[in-house]
Design a protein around this ligand. Structure first.
Ligand code: CP
Ligand code: NVA
Length: 325
């Protein structure tokens, strides 16, 4: 049997659910995961054995503070454990093909959490894995971040009804996950930045279709005032993401008019929060005054990474291995 038919056979035997992008969860499932995250946050003791004897492996091609710490802690606090495999010195596939890596790891671990330069690497890992693969950030999406972000908004505002999130700056991985997740939950999303750095057209079409179904909107433009007006959340991220460092100087020029400062925050709703996935470049995409202001919820977002990761681990284990104990 050649490796392609073997992959097909494995998939036929045991269809595996992965979390490679926000679209891998339905709107109901997203809400279910957010509810679960709120429950594990409220009652840690109740969930302390749900992943007993379960293990996850974490393959990271890029640096991380929050994602690594919170996945490791999430596994431990749920009764399982995590093993970290540092791929910063050699990308996944360099020493050994991704299909081989998956077919080793899935014999030992119950889930693979991977941070990669390319979404295609995640897809390849997933194609060959009989255990769930979870996207811990790629160049295209950061779905685990979006879970924590929308949990933070839910806590702050009590419901998603009528909320608008304005994303200012580079339509990067974080922006694309916010773009997909928000409309599923009924949150309107407005992305503003230079046209050359806007969202991918296909993703935009899909997000707009979901928004239409859910009675909210998706807007894209270059006018920061228009984007931020009426927003309950103003979100930004670095102008140069990991992997794009060679473009730092040209991006600094391109995004110069898209800094979130106090004047921008005043254009949003009075109750608006400031959001950032971190790490932030203070003085570039956001001023120190804004990120340190009472409106800033950046450390709530960071805290919620832990609870969101617990919820997605439980959900993926239940969907793929049956009831978590
Ligand atoms: N927000 C986020 O993913 O942070 P890390 O890169 O530190 O994991
Ligand atoms: N957009 C950033 C997010 C870091 C958490 C990056 O990809 O570097």
């Amino acid at each position: 049997m050649n490796i392609h038919s073997e992959a097909t056979a494995r998939q036929q035997r045991a269809p595996v659910r992965h979390f490679l992008s926000d679209a891998d969860l339905s709107a109901d499932e997203l809400r279910e995961v957010l509810d679960l995250a709120a429950s594990v946050k409220a009652d840690r003791g109740r969930f302390r054995r749900v992943l007993q004897d379960r293990s996850i492996v974490m393959l990271f091609e890029k640096p991380s503070l929050r994602t690594r710490m919170t996945f490791e802690l999430a596994a431990a606090q749920l009764g399982g454990f995590a093993v970290f495999q540092d791929h910063r010195d050699g990308r996944i596939g360099q020493r050994e093909p991704a299909p081989d890596i998956s077919r080793n790891l899935d014999r030992w671990f119950d889930a693979i959490v991977a941070r990669t330069f390319s979404q295609k690497t995640l897809e390849l890992l997933a194609k060959w894995s009989s255990v769930p693969v979870i996207n811990a950030l790629s160049e295209s999406f950061h779905p685990c971040q979006a879970l924590a972000d929308y949990l933070t908004l839910l806590e702050r505002f009590g419901s998603f009804d009528g909320l608008k999130l304005a994303y200012v700056g580079d339509a990067n991985n974080v922006a694309h996950s916010l773009l997909h997740c928000g409309p599923q939950l009924g949150v309107s999303v407005s992305i503003c930045g230079p046209a050359a750095y806007g969202p991918r057209p296909d993703d935009l079409v899909k997000a707009r279709q979901v928004a239409e179904r859910n009675g909210c909107t998706v807007e894209v433009g270059e006018d920061i005032r228009q984007a931020v007006q009426g927003a309950a959340a103003v979100y930004t991220d670095v102008w140069t993401s990991m992997g794009w460092e060679a473009e730092t100087q040209q991006r600094r020029i391109a995004f110069a008019d898209y800094k979130v400062d106090s004047a921008v925050m005043r254009l949003a709703e009075k109750r608006a929060v400031f959001m950032h996935c971190l790490p932030a470049q203070r003085g570039a995409e956001v001023t120190n005054a804004v990120i340190e202001s009472p409106q800033s919820v950046v450390f709530d977002q960071a805290e919620n990474r832990l609870h969101a990761h617990k919820a997605i681990l439980i959900k993926m284990m239940e969907d793929n291995h049956g009831q978590a104990s």
